[in-house]
Ligand binder design. Structure first.
Ligand code: MG
Length: 363
């Protein structure tokens, strides 16, 4: 039976690109595995660390790797967002350098809404010295008012709703199963890296500011939990178990074999990200593999960069990408990573203040 979500895909629309004809990549799932450039001895060393349960990179190395990997995946993927895999092959052979361009006509090294919303969320966490949902919503308002180059329809709708009525949760909606909530949650993971309960609460609350859908919730929680596991030195086997829990609850997310879809639909994105993460063994391999599948390449690239960076650490990120990424973004990511990891534990949580009712009109 046809999936009703597939027949009505408003989350695939982006500002100014409602009629883009190439949002879906339905080419077959067979793609060659991009070989790791990690030397064989380094692969063996890392494998030995996993086998013996030793966390090779430090927590800070993994956290910084996750955040920089995320921003790099965003910047690299933006060039080929909305293209098909075949179109990317014709244009770039293999797209592996941050060059800007794409439908947003970015400058080399620029990032998109994925990284910008994450940085806004991170700023709110740091300003509050803990969790304050209203400050997070205000940070998203400030970001939208900065006239970003792109913003997803569901994010725009949710932020506008908050601006109009001050409510902190979007109503449940069938068209809210887009990528917008899962793509910006990394700062919450860094702020709650040792506290699974607080991670879950804050993740769902920030997600519901704009996206209120069970599949979006499941994806946001699973990707965040995977990142948390990896930050704490978890193994690939630990990640497989965590993903198994997701698949038991939501079989739609099955990703082996890869169904071949890349879009703004969160199921397509999670399938693409997990498929690539589990079959590559380095940051570069994961990100290059994902962005060359096209579709919502910046978001999928960012999310796989988040997982791979947390798994292999910042030292595994190719130096050319660190040079190509906007240095202002690199600096903000570095500072946020340090500050988010240094927040008080347990993370203080401020319950949202009620909004005063509107004043009656003057007589
Ligand atoms: Mg984006």
């Amino acid at each position: 039976m046809s999936d009703p979500l597939r027949l009505a895909p408003p989350w695939r629309g982006r500002a100014g690109l409602r009629s883009q004809p190439v949002l879906l990549n339905r080419t077959p799932a067979r793609r060659p595995v991009l070989r790791s450039r990690r030397p064989a001895h380094a692969r063996l060393w890392l494998a030995a660390c996993f086998v013996h349960g030793v966390s090779a990179p430090s927590l800070h190395d993994r956290a910084l790797g996750a955040y920089l990997g995320f921003a790099i995946g965003d910047a690299l993927g933006a060039t080929v967002e909305f293209m098909t895999a075949a179109e990317i092959t014709v244009a770039h052979k293999v797209h592996r350098n941050i060059t800007g361009g794409g439908w947003l006509r970015l400058k080399p090294g620029q990032v998109t809404d994925d990284t910008q919303m994450s940085l806004a969320l991170g700023d709110a966490l740091l300003a509050a010295r803990g969790w304050d949902l209203r400050m997070t919503a205000d940070a998203f308002v400030g970001w939208m008012r900065s006239r970003p180059p792109d913003i997803g329809n569901t994010c725009r709708r949710g932020i506008r709703r908050y601006m109009l009525d001050g409510t902190l949760s979007a109503p449940p909606a069938e068209d809210s199963a887009g990528n917008g909530a899962a793509m910006r949650n990394l700062p919450v993971v860094l702020a709650t890296f040792n506290d699974t309960g607080t991670l879950a609460r804050c993740s769902v609350e920030q997600a519901h500011l704009t996206h209120n859908h069970p599949l979006s919730d499941a994806a946001t929680l699973t990707l965040s939990r995977l990142t948390q596991l990896l930050l704490l030195g978890g193994t690939i086997s630990d990640c497989r178990r965590c993903v198994g829990e997701l698949l038991a609850q939501h079989p739609k997310f099955r990703f082996e074999p890869w169904p071949g879809n890349t879009s703004g639909y969160i199921v397509d994105t999670v399938q693409t990200v997990l498929h690539s993460f589990f079959r590559n063994d380095c940051v570069e391999g994961c990100i290059v593999d994902v962005v060359n599948r096209g579709g919502d390449a910046d978001t999928a690239g960012a999310l796989v960069g988040q997982l791979a960076g947390a798994c292999y650490g910042v030292a595994d990120i190719p130096s050319r990408w660190l040079k190509q990424l906007d240095p202002r973004i690199v600096e903000r990511v570095r500072r946020q990573t340090d500050s988010l990891l240094a927040l008080p534990r347990p993370l203080p949580i401020r319950e949202p203040t009620p909004i005063a009712p509107p004043l009656p009109a003057a007589a």
